[in-house]
Design a protein around this ligand. Structure first.
Ligand SMILES: [Zn+2]
Length: 293
């Protein structure tokens, strides 16, 4: 879906509402407060009245669009712009595109990210799986000497696991919020996210990965060698890190810990849907947006 598509399929706010009602309820609207099906439509106002709890409601109640004062068309446009922005889109740019101010655009983008959360999707990775850690955000504290990088700094560890599957492979990325990343944690992440009986894991030579070979086939890249040893590499996860870091540095500038997981979900959601047809991608995201949060 692109901007022209949005205007063609949803020429008015009413078209947007009708679509959301269909996605959320089919032909049987239900009260979002008490779940009663005893509701009377008020088509003129595009609302419904619940005969059980005597409340009136619209389709946006308890969705990412709840309490919005903006036309839904702008929201649909915003979703399209976020989904199509491979490297992410800055709030300032989104604001210019939608003719809303930067703060409004920022809040919209955060809401849209709620619809992109991966945590309810149970993705289990299989086959050739690359695993790697990177460190994001949190400038080194003053007085801690030269700028350190990577392990041993105050930056936030982020662990990624990705299937190496010619463009279709899925990714799972976890933010280590307490900043404690050790062998035990890495093993737990593998157990949680990888089908260890049917996979081979590729990592670098970081000692935290030492115990993995007792669980499953594990191949280690020797970065001190200048050549790529056959299929032993972590190029796939490294290209995701490159995309993420360009996005975070280029678009979002500073990312606080509490938002980092949301930004990362945005990037992995796009990655996991990179082969999804663009219209399907839009409509399935819209479905997540109204499923009620
Ligand atoms: Zn009710």
């Amino acid at each position: 879906m692109d901007i022209v598509g949005i205007y063609e399929v949803f020429p008015t706010n009413d078209h947007c509402i009708t679509h959301l009602e269909k996605v959320r309820w089919g032909d049987k609207p239900k009260c979002p407060y008490c779940k009663s099906p005893k509701v009377t439509p008020r088509p003129k106002e595009k609302r419904h009245h619940c005969n059980n709890c005597n409340t009136s409601f619209s389709v946006t109640v308890r969705t990412i669009f709840h309490h919005t004062h903006l036309p839904l068309q702008k929201w649909f446009l915003a979703i399209t712009l976020v989904l199509n922005a491979k490297k992410g889109i800055a709030a300032r740019q989104l604001g210019r595109d939608l003719h809303v101010n930067k703060d409004t655009a920022w809040r919209m983008a955060m809401k849209i990210r709620d619809a992109m959360m991966e945590r309810e999707q149970r993705i289990i990775l299989q086959g050739l799986v690359e695993m790697d850690e990177t460190y994001v955000g949190g400038k080194p504290r003053k007085g801690t000497g030269p700028h350190k990088r990577g392990r041993g700094t105050k930056k936030i560890p982020v662990v990624g696991m990705v299937e190496r599957d010619k463009g279709k492979g899925k990714i799972k990325v976890e933010v280590i919020k307490n900043r404690k990343l050790d062998g035990k944690r890495l093993k737990a992440l593998v157990r949680k996210n990888v089908d260890i009986k049917n996979s081979t894991l590729f990592t670098d030579e970081y000692k935290g990965y030492l115990g993995i070979k007792t669980m499953m086939p594990h191949k280690v890249i020797n970065h001190s060698e200048w050549y790529v040893d056959g299929d032993v590499h972590t190029n796939t996860i490294e290209s995701f890190w490159a995309l993420l870091k360009r996005g975070i540095i280029g678009q979002y500038h500073k990312v606080s810990l509490s938002y980092l997981a949301k930004y990362i979900d945005e990037f992995s959601y796009r990655w996991n849907n990179r082969k999804t047809d663009s219209d399907d991608f839009f409509f399935s995201t819209l479905q997540r947006a109204v499923r009620g949060i």
